[in-house]
Design a protein. Structure first.
Length: 275
C-alpha cells in the first residue's frame, strides 16, 4: 500500500515518504524549471567538442543558470561542489567536472538541475565529442529509445513497474545491461522524493500512477554487463567491466490523459546528433 499526498504549489512539502500529487500551480512551476533545464542542454550542444574541459562546460552551465535567475540544485548538495554532472564513456553517472579534456570520439552525459522559484528541472542528455564509434552511437540511440518507451508507459492507471519493464525489454533486445544501482525519483519542490523509478522491473508491479505525480525517468544503459561501482570520490559511478554507458533523463508529470514532459528540448535537440 502506498500513501499519496495532495500538495498545493505554494505549500511546504515534507520528505515524509508519500507520493505527492501536485496541483496546477505545481505544473506551472515545473514547466518553467524544465524549460530552463532544456534550454541549458540545448546550449551545451555548442560547447561539447574535442579539446574542451568538463570544468569549462560546468562553468558555462552555472553561468546560464545564474543569468536566468536560477541556482544550481547540485551546488552544495550533500557536499557536491559543481553545477552539473558530466559522465564520459564508461562513467555511468555523477561524473565530476574538472580538468578532464574531451577527446575525439568521446560520448558524455551532461546532467543539470536548475532550481527555479523553488522547483527542480532535472534532465540529462548524451553528447558526442567529435565522431564516436558506430557501437557508441548505437548505444546512445537505444538508450534514448529506452527512455521514450518508459515515458510512453507512464499514464494514469498504469503501474510504476510498467516503466521499468518497457525499458528493460528494449535494452535486453540489444543485449545491453540496465543499471540497477541507480534509479529515477519523484521531484518538485524536493530534489529527490518518492517514488523510486527503477529501470528494470516487472510489469504490473509497484504504485499506481495517478494524475499529479512528478518524477524522472533516467535509464542508464551499459554496452556490457549492468553492474556499477562507485569510485573513491564517493560520487563517480563507472561500469565494472569498463564498457561504455549512456543515459538520458526527462522530468515528467502524469496527467489525466497520459503524461507531460517538462524538460523536452524547445528546439528538438533531445537526442544527438545535434545539427
Amino acid at each position: 500500500m502506498h500513501d499519496y499526498q495532495l500538495v498545493d504549489g505554494d505549500s511546504t512539502v515534507y520528505r515524509d515518504g508519500s507520493i505527492k500529487l501536485h496541483t496546477p500551480a505545481g505544473f506551472e512551476g515545473m514547466r518553467k524549471a524544465g524549460r530552463l533545464a532544456a534550454e541549458i542542454l540545448d546550449a551545451c550542444a555548442e560547447l561539447v567538442k574535442p579539446g574542451v574541459t568538463t570544468g569549462s562546460i560546468d562553468d558555462a552551465v552555472r553561468g546560464m543558470m545564474l543569468d536566468a535567475g536560477a541556482v544550481p540544485a547540485t551546488l552544495g548538495y550533500r557536499g557536491y561542489a559543481h553545477s552539473s554532472c558530466i559522465s564520459i564513456n564508461h562513467v555511468i553517472c555523477h561524473g565530476i567536472p574538472g580538468d578532464k579534456v574531451l577527446k575525439d570520439g568521446d560520448i558524455l552525459n551532461i546532467d543539470v538541475t536548475p532550481l527555479v522559484d523553488g522547483w527542480h528541472g532535472d534532465t540529462s542528455r548524451m553528447f558526442y565529442a567529435g565522431e564516436p564509434s558506430l557501437k557508441a552511437r548505437k548505444l546512445v540511440e537505444v538508450t534514448y529509445e529506452c527512455m521514450m518507451l518508459g515515458i510512453a508507459a507512464a499514464k494514469p492507471g498504469a503501474r510504476l513497474g510498467d516503466i521499468g519493464a518497457a525499458i528493460e525489454a528494449h535494452a535486453n533486445s540489444f543485449r545491453y545491461g540496465v543499471v540497477r544501482e541507480f534509479c529515477g525519483h519523484g521531484l518538485g519542490r524536493l530534489f529527490h522524493d518518492a517514488p523510486e523509478v527503477v529501470h528494470a522491473a516487472r510489469a504490473g508491479t509497484g504504485p499506481e500512477l495517478r494524475p499529479g505525480m512528478f518524477f524522472t525517468i533516467e535509464p542508464m544503459i551499459n554496452l556490457g554487463k549492468p553492474w556499477a561501482k562507485v569510485l573513491g570520490d564517493g560520487w563517480t559511478a563507472v561500469t565494472r567491466d569498463k564498457s561504455l554507458s549512456a543515459q538520458f533523463e526527462h522530468s515528467i508529470a502524469i496527467t489525466e490523459t497520459g503524461n507531460e514532459i517538462f524538460t523536452k528540448s524547445p528546439t528538438g535537440r533531445d537526442c544527438p546528433p545535434y545539427v
